[in-house]
Design a protein around this ligand. Structure first.
Ligand SMILES: Nc1ncnc2c1ncn2[C@@H]1O[C@H](COP(=O)(O)OP(=O)(O)O)[C@@H](O)[C@H]1O
Ligand SMILES: [Mg+2]
Length: 256
């Protein structure tokens, strides 16, 4: 399963990516988690005892050497697997890669760091034989067409706020433009069945596949810098239902 998680800032992308990655690991998948947010927090959410010291985009010399840029020429398909091995750290059956922040240049520019980040996502989605969970920013600019089309689903996290629902609609349009096969919604911080029932009508046709309840224990774990996995049995059970729903929709069909 190759999954990317998006949604408005603060809605719970990292929390859900962590719950999902640990649930997949518990089910026996080999899991690679990618923190593609320039402000990385996934290591902490997953309870990594020693967070990665180097992010992929910190490898300046290697990026310069492989992607180029200073001579005005950019190589778009650099090798990345060995760089991944250098920055990846493992804990609890999950291999984590922190992408890091792009230091200059606007979104969509062909600067070398952008090229490498896009190449990383292509690599994990297209070339690695394991479950992949990508914690994205609200935008999709680093998801190139190839990985967008090959990913099993783009999960859009929403809460009951109008702004998160508007962001979800925007993400869906962007996803359509780059050919994402499946856009699915997860509701987070849900305060009761009434709120959950009100959401599908505001989702502009995006299928809502699971709801994670509002949980003081999750918020408390985040404040304390403790892992969100295992912080709250109700949230973990909801993450298990989310994983079931994803498996039903995304498991690759085996031809007979
Ligand atoms: N189900 C939940 N219940 C309560 N608080 C939550 C829940 N999910 C996330 N949070 C809290 O909301 C804040 C933002 O979550 P985070 O996962 O970092 O969002 P994002 O990655 O989308 O910016 C954090 O303080 C987190 O602990
Ligand atoms: Mg986050």
């Amino acid at each position: 399963m190759k999954l990317a998680v998006s949604g408005k800032g603060g809605v719970g992308k990292t929390t859900i990516a962590a719950l999902l990655a640990s649930e997949l690991a518990a089910r026996g998948y080999r899991v690679t988690a990618i923190d593609a947010d320039p402000n990385p927090t996934l290591a902490s959410a997953l309870g990594f005892p020693t967070p990665p010291t180097t992010s992929l985009l910190d490898l300046r010399a290697e990026i310069e050497e492989r992607v180029g840029g200073s001579d005005g020429f950019i190589r778009l398909n650099p090798r990345v697997d060995d760089l991944v091995e250098r920055v990846a750290v493992a804990h609890g059956g999950i291999q984590l890669i922190v992408a890091g922040a792009i230091s200059r240049g606007g979104a969509g520019c062909a600067c070398p760091q952008n090229v490498l980040l896009r190449r990383l996502l292509d690599h994990v989605v297209l070339e690695r034989d394991e479950a992949v969970v990508i914690d994205l920013e609200a935008g999709l600019e680093h998801l190139g067409r190839r990985s967008a089309q090959a990913a099993d689903a783009l999960l859009v996290v929403v809460d009951a706020s109008r702004s998160s629902l508007e962001t979800a609609a925007r993400i869906r349009r962007l996803a359509g433009e780059i050919g994402v096969a499946r856009v699915l919604a997860v509701a987070n911080k849900v305060r009761g069945p009434e709120e959950e029932a009100s959401l599908p009508g505001s989702l502009d046709g995006i299928e809502l596949i699971a709801a994670i309840p509002y949980s003081d224990a999750l918020a408390q774990a985040e404040r304390a810098g403790e892992p969100v996995t295992g912080a709250d049995p109700a949230a973990q059970a909801a993450a298990a239902r989310l994983t079931d729903a994803l498996q039903i929709r995304c498991e690759r069909r085996v031809s007979v």
